[in-house]
Design a protein around this ligand. Structure first.
Ligand code: ADP
Ligand code: MG
Length: 724
């Protein structure tokens, strides 16, 4: 049935999963849903699809003719695992991958690897997944938004398919679901609201060699530089064995690879280049790369790590075989990490967290971990989506360290101190679904044809009250419309769901784009809102009212606010537009320090603007995206009108006659009353935050984005005078 080489047979016989083939297949045949837990590298992803293949799944002439579908959270894993399984089987044509922008599925395909986003889209068109005989959902422990939604949908699809298979066996075949996880943290997957009966769990035991941890004494400010120095030390001083380095994204990886190649290879590296158009996305969504400072080649003197006894200059003649590994790397390049390095060289793989559990690189003895990860975030106020680099969890740092212990005892060099690990790393990362704003989630479920999101079964389900409230707010926005039995998604809603921004601002964007009214200006505004307040000093306000409030009235930022000032948000927009017009990096830095702007946030806004401009160009080819938008009077009016609509639930009215207002204090700040509250509601009385540019000219009506409850008083922050 297969044409495996002897070498492959030998390799797979050593994998822990191999010994479980019989029990896995027996369980799978007698259960609709099976859960497999096994350490990273135990062979789940490469072997389980082959077990099904050999049992006849995917073969058109067998009782289970449908495809074997395997989902992965990351494209790089989908592509590389498909290739590996095809090679192992000796039947490359029977295994294919499908990821966004790239598919090689043919009539011969029996095993299909895909990203979870692809299967979600297929489910929207064919809820019974009639093409498939089995779905293997991989990396479930990561608790990605897509994976969690998939589990919910698949729980129902499997049930329905198997019911039909019982009632009309000649027409429908059952569907098998296998959920695979690298950890045992899977309680939520066995919840009765998802699966009844509780699915059986197969645990695969893997041996793991001890890994010695080395923390840095101090946590470096530049982790890429720290990684460079650590790699040099390991290479110069330690016995043979591959080095695996965890970094946060493509730019860092390429930068470090160049620097290492310069030192150890003395020849130009052009196998990978920085200038291609992709954005280094690790997930199914578009990613914004974090900003990095210019390379600083100066050696830093504060050597601070636990390898201080090693000399960095003990020059080694052995070359270092440096390989990058990140999403969207060309498949040929990806595959190199699995090959033996050239004779007499040491392998050094610079990877994103794709190497944490998705891809197991052979012969790694040393792990260098920066401890950081690029995470998708949703701003609490704007709901905007952005990527931020931050500490990973303790659990994930432990996984990363474990990569050093597969072939023998290993070492993990952590580029952070043990105090930081203990005090600042969260024990686990919360599931993405708990960090997603409810409106975005509900809108996404609706686009996928889920009519009753409040009843939709999810691992870690949000409270149904929150789902219903989000549905109400989407109805008010026009993203949903009332239907006979449940609210339905509108065309506007579908368009909004495609943009990587919270509904409140994606609506503004779609409205401006559809009507071709200031489309580019709206894109710049949405970029500003997805990053948030770019000014440095606001955080410290609550500690020291008076000093701050005085400094603001003289602050140069008022220059950015326009005359007369109408909105804090438009002031941010103006700050961005001026920033974009500055040609050099140095001049931009100067501009930021003059106005007290955070350079990093300005860069994030710039990147978000590029991304939205790309989407604008794709969807509305007629729009001229060449010139920088200007914030003229009518453009301002247009935006203020839309902002007032978007924030209509956060409107407030100036208290002009402060007599007899219960709860009103004597404050040096203008007082407002939140609209839509009961007349005697004391908590409706709020004060305009002193950092607002509108403080000197408080308007009668305004909308705000933030309500701050300080110990004694409430403030509204980030306001816009209402344009009727
Ligand atoms: P798991 O899914 O349980 O983490 P995998 O099935 O991914 O485990 O990996 C099993 C083994 O297959 C590992 O030792 C890994 O190094 C090896 N492997 C995976 N892909 C390749 C490849 N393209 N070339 C060589 N070995 C590979
Ligand atoms: Mg795997």
């Amino acid at each position: 049935l297969t044409e495996r080489t002897r070498e492959i047979e030998e390799q797979r016989s050593k994998l822990p999963v191999f010994a479980e083939e019989q029990s896995i297949m027996e369980t799978l045949r007698s259960n609709a849903v099976t859960i497999i837990c096994g350490e990273t590298g135990s062979g789940k992803t490469t072997q389980v699809p082959q077990f099904l293949y050999e049992a006849g799944f995917g073969d058109r002439d067998s009782p289970n003719p449908g495809l074997i579908g395997v989902t992965q959270p990351r494209r790089v894993a989908a592509v590389s695992m498909a290739r590996r399984v095809g090679e192992e089987l000796g039947r490359p044509l029977h295994v294919a991958h499908q990821v966004r922008y790239d598919a090689v599925v043919t009539r011969d395909t029996r095993i299909k690897f895909m990203t979870d986003g692809i299967l979600l889209r297929e489910l929207a068109d064919d809820f019974l997944l009639t093409k498939y005989s089995a779905i293997l959902l991989d990396e479930a422990h990561e608790r990605n938004l897509n994976t969690d939604i998939l589990i919910g949908m698949l729980s129902r699809a499997v049930r329905l398919r198997n019911r039909l298979a019982c009632s009309q066996p000649e027409k429908t075949r059952p569907l098998r679901l296998v959920i695979m996880s690298a950890t045992l943290n899977i309680d939520e997957f066995t919840a009765p609201r998802l699966f009844t009966p509780t699915p059986p769990i197969i645990r695969v035991d893997a041996r793991q060699h001890p890994v010695t941890m080395h923390f840095s004494r101090k946590t470096p400010t530049d982790h890429v530089d720290a990684a460079y120095r650590m790699i040099c030390k390991v290479h110069a001083n330690l016995p043979p064995g591959g080095v695996l380095v965890f970094l946060t994204g493509k730019q860092e990886i390429v930068r470090l690879a160049r620097r290492l190649a310069q030192r150890y290879n003395k020849r130009p590296i052009n196998a990978w280049n920085e200038d291609d158009d992709d954005d280094g996305a690790e997930g199914p969504m578009e990613t914004i790369e974090p900003i990095e400072s210019e390379e600083d080649e100066k050696a830093q003197s504060d050597s601070d790590d636990s390898m201080g006894q090693f000399s960095m200059d003990a020059e080694t003649r052995e070359p270092l075989h440096v390989l990058p590994l990140y999403s969207l790397l060309a498949p040929e390049e990806q595959n190199k990490v699995f090959q033996l390095p050239p004779e007499g060289t040491r392998l050094c793989v610079l990877a994103t967290n794709v190497a944490e559990t998705s891809l197991t690189i052979p012969n790694i003895r040393y792990v260098v971990d920066c401890g950081l990860v690029k995470q998708r975030h949703f701003d609490a106020t704007s709901g905007a989506q952005q990527y931020r680099v931050e500490w990973t969890s303790q659990a994930s740092a432990t996984q990363r360290a474990g990569r050093a212990g597969r072939v023998g005892p290993g070492h993990c060099y952590r580029l952070f101190s043990s105090a930081v690990f203990d005090q600042q790393f969260p024990p686990f990362s919360p599931p993405e679904i708990q960090r997603t704003p409810m409106e975005s989630l509900v809108l996404q479920l609706k686009t996928m044809g889920i009519d009753h999101p409040e009843r939709f079964p999810l691992p870690s389900a949000p409270p149904s009250g929150a789902v219903i409230a989000a549905q109400q707010s989407l109805l008010r926005m026009g993203a949903l419309c009332a239907g006979d039995d449940f609210p339905r998604i509108t065309l506007l809603g579908r368009k909004m769901a495609k943009l990587p921004i919270a509904p409140i601002w994606s609506r503004l964007l779609v409205m401006s784009w559809e009507m071709d009214e200031y489309p580019l200006l709206a894109a710049a505004f949405a970029s500003v809102m997805s990053v948030g307040d770019p000014f440095l000093d606001d955080q410290s306000f609550d500690k020291d009212h008076t000093e701050q409030s005085q400094s603001h009235s003289h602050s140069p930022r008022t220059e950015l606010a326009g005359k007369p000032p109408t909105s804090d948000l438009l002031m941010w927009l103006n700050a961005l537009l001026q920033y974009l017009a500055i040609p050099t990096k140095n001049a931009r830095n100067e501009y930021c320090s003059r106005f007290g702007l955070m350079g990093k946030r300005m860069e994030e806004m710039t990147q978000q603007f590029q991304l939205l401009k790309r989407l604008l160009k794709q969807n509305y080819p007629g729009v001229d995206c060449q010139e920088l938008p200007k914030l003229g009077r009518s453009g301002q009016q247009h935006l203020r009108k839309l902002i007032s609509q978007s924030l209509s639930e956060r409107a407030a009215e100036r208290i002009v006659n402060p007599k007899n207002v219960p709860g009103l204090k004597r404050m040096p700040f203008p007082a407002y009353r939140i609209l839509g509250r009961a007349a005697d509601d004391v908590s409706a009385v709020v004060y305009l935050h002193p950092t607002s540019v509108l403080r000197t000219m408080p308007p009668l009506l305004l909308v705000y984005t933030e309500l701050i409850t300080a110990p004694e008083t409430r403030y509204i922050k980030y306001v816009t005078a209402t344009e009727s």
